[in-house]
Design a protein around this ligand. Structure first.
Ligand SMILES: *Cc1c(COP(=O)(O)O)cnc(C)c1O
Length: 389
């Protein structure tokens, strides 16, 4: 079968796919249908955080698949409970709700923030401030939350009640807060918006103002979380304590899964019948997530930070490279204006390295356990690709 031709004919053309059919892999190596080898600097957009065919992950998935693939949330089941307990222990948060994706995690957080405010203050206090260049998902509400005009087209009317403050501008943020505000939602490192880490003072200010004005402080850890930035969750590096944390992408090592963590301030907000999902908390995904989260320890996190140093040492000062942004293995590479990031990524595919873009940066989200050898090999291919566009 001509996969590319049949894809174009049968699947909605919403993606500008690169010209490659990926079929299998191991570790940080991927293969296409012709057997060509690639170093994987994308991990399925930050999902396959232990790479391909990780033994413990496969065992976790298969073990549960042999027992019971789904229960629905009408019954108790062990994989969810084990995972929730582990997440609460590791974060100090009080309760968890499981979803299937990042957008759904943020939908849940948005609902919880509005209800928190409704319960305490009644109607009219519903506005959520997010940041310019944020990305929170593709549902109507999370698109509305997303602070990028390119996403606010075609699908009118969007959900009202979202305001967008420029990142790192404390004064502008404060000016948007009014007696209608119920929450502030941020990514500590903006992902799709260009791999921009926020200033620590800005994040600390948000925590403070949320406390003072009884707003819900939401941190979107969909991309930054689960070890990606060198900490279990990226907020931990800043020493702040969110009221709600949302996550997805890497949490189940490549299966569709998400989690929303609630602090003591928000743990009782959503009650019986006020939120639900058919697949959220699916036992196979939950078992996979347990195998992922239980292994994010100091060893892995220091490996992530060390591999970042290697990337910086290797790339900073090289021709065509202006700066490196992000944290841990969430890496943004600012290149000379004369280059287009998408062209470099396309050239990378020719040369055997799979990369991503974010705005006009090259973005790397390699598996967190990538070896020094594979990382070095991929970076050499990246530099080669940059020199050839
Ligand atoms: C990817 C992403 C989302 C959306 O996640 P989906 O699983 O695609 O719905 C939300 N927020 C951030 C920060 C993301 O990077």
């Amino acid at each position: 079968m001509d996969i590319i031709k049949e894809d174009k004919e049968n699947i909605l053309n919403t993606y500008k796919r690169f010209n490659v059919v990926l079929t299998n892999g191991h570790g940080s190596t991927l293969f296409d249908q012709d057997g060509k080898e690639y170093i994987d600097f994308s991990s399925g957009i930050g999902t396959n955080i232990y790479g391909i065919c990780d033994k413990e992950w496969i065992d976790a998935v298969c073990e549960q698949a042999h027992k019971l693939q789904h229960t629905s949330n009408l019954y108790y089941s062990e994989p969810q409970v084990r995972l929730a307990k582990l997440l609460c222990e590791k974060t100090g948060m009080k309760k968890v709700f499981f979803s299937n994706s990042g957008a759904e995690s943020n939908e849940c957080a948005i609902k919880a923030a509005r209800k928190y405010s409704f319960d305490k203050y009644g109607e009219g206090r519903y506005e959520i401030i997010t940041l310019v260049n944020s990305f929170h998902g593709r549902t109507i509400a999370t698109l509305s939350a997303t602070g990028q005009d390119v996403f606010h087209q075609f699908f009118f009317p969007f959900v009202e009640g979202f305001k967008h403050a420029p990142a790192n501008d404390i004064k502008a943020l404060d000016e948007l807060i009014s007696n209608k505000t119920c929450a502030i939602m941020i990514e500590c490192v903006q992902g799709e918006g260009g791999v921009n880490a926020l200033d620590p003072e800005f994040i600390k200010h948000i925590e403070k103002v949320c406390k003072e004005k009884d707003l819900v402080f939401i941190v979107d850890e969909v991309q930054t979380g689960n070890g990606r930035c060198g900490y279990l969750y990226s907020y931990m590096e800043y020493g702040v304590k969110p009221d709600i944390v949302t996550t997805a992408k890497g949490i189940a090592g490549g299966l569709p899964f998400g989690a929303i963590l609630f602090s003591e301030k928000t743990e009782h907000v959503l009650g019986y019948g006020q939120h639900a999902t058919t697949f959220g908390g699916n036992p196979i995904c939950a078992n996979a997530a347990y195998s992922v989260i239980s292994r994010i320890d100091d060893n892995l996190l220091s490996h992530v930070r060390n591999m970042r140093k290697l990337i910086e040492n290797k790339l900073i000062g090289k021709p065509g490279i202006k700066s490196i942004s992000g944290k841990g293995l969430m890496v943004g590479i600012e290149i000379d204006e004369k280059y287009k990031a998408a062209d470099v990524v396309a050239k990378g595919i020719e040369n055997g390295v799979i990369m991503l873009t974010a705005k006009n940066k090259i973005r790397l989200l390699p598996p967190l356990n990538i070896s020094e050898k594979d990382l070095t090999k991929g970076l050499d291919l990246l530099l080669k690709s940059l020199s050839e566009v």
